[in-house]
Design a protein around this ligand. Structure first.
Ligand code: GLN
Length: 212
């Protein structure tokens, strides 16, 4: 199974290494055609303003929205979380408005620019995640249908999921944490090979296509 990593800018190689480590074939995505045949996509950390510009420059917005709307799982980490939010505090336009949240960029301010903490993420099991925050965003508002996956001790929200889209403020890939990528891979496997009834339909479509 193949999972793409948006490879325009940012912490790309780290995600590629984690995907390899869990037995998934990573595909660096730079052009719309790179999205063909992937079952999920990671939007890495970096600078969301830079990624926003490069996404527009390489005409990736429409094709990535199409992939997400088809149900392929998407994981946004840090700047990637900003990219998938429906609303960005301060009024910047959304890039991929996929999760009904409002995100605040650089939410920890100068004093706490970067920090590491042991973060409970119950969906990943009892062992907390070693979470690395680097000029990280937080979720200010969650809409109905958004599942909160993790909060800091002060209750600020740092991980969410809405249907097939996961967004987290921190960098699991820098801590050698594999459980979030494994969750994405499980979701991607379900997308690639849906439940039995759906497979039959897909096969029918394929044979219809071949007959034409
Ligand atoms: N501060 C960056 C932004 O606002 C995100 C930082 C990161 O991805 N580590 O885009």
């Amino acid at each position: 199974m193949k999972i793409g990593v948006l490879a325009l800018h940012g912490a790309v190689i780290e995600h590629i290494k984690i995907l390899r480590a869990i037995g998934v074939e990573p595909v660096p995505v730079r052009l719309p055609e790179d999205l063909e045949g992937i079952s999920g996509l990671i939007l890495p950390g970096g600078e969301s303003t830079t990624m926003r510009k490069l996404v527009a420059r390489w005409n990736l917005r429409g094709p990535i929205m199409k992939l997400a709307n088809a149900g392929a799982p998407i994981l946004g980490t840090c700047a990637g979380m900003i990219l998938v939010a429906k609303e960005i505090a301060g009024g910047e336009d959304p890039v991929f408005p996929l999760i009904d949240v409002t995100v605040e960029r650089n939410a920890f301010g100068r004093q706490l620019d970067s920090f590491e903490t042991e973060l409970p993420v119950p969906i990943l099991g009892d062992r907390p995640v070693h979470a690395i925050f680097i000029r990280a965003p937080i979720i200010e508002r969650v809409g109905p249908g958004v599942e909160v996956l993790a909060r800091l001790p002060d209750q600020r929200i740092v991980a969410v999921r809405q249907r097939n889209v996961l967004a987290i403020s921190f960098h699991p890939e820098l801590a050698g944490e594999t459980r979030i990528h494994r969750l994405l891979a499980t979701m991607a496997a379900e997308f690639a090979e849906p439940a039995e009834g759906a497979v039959a339909t897909a096969t029918e479509h394929r044979s219809i296509g071949e007959a034409m």
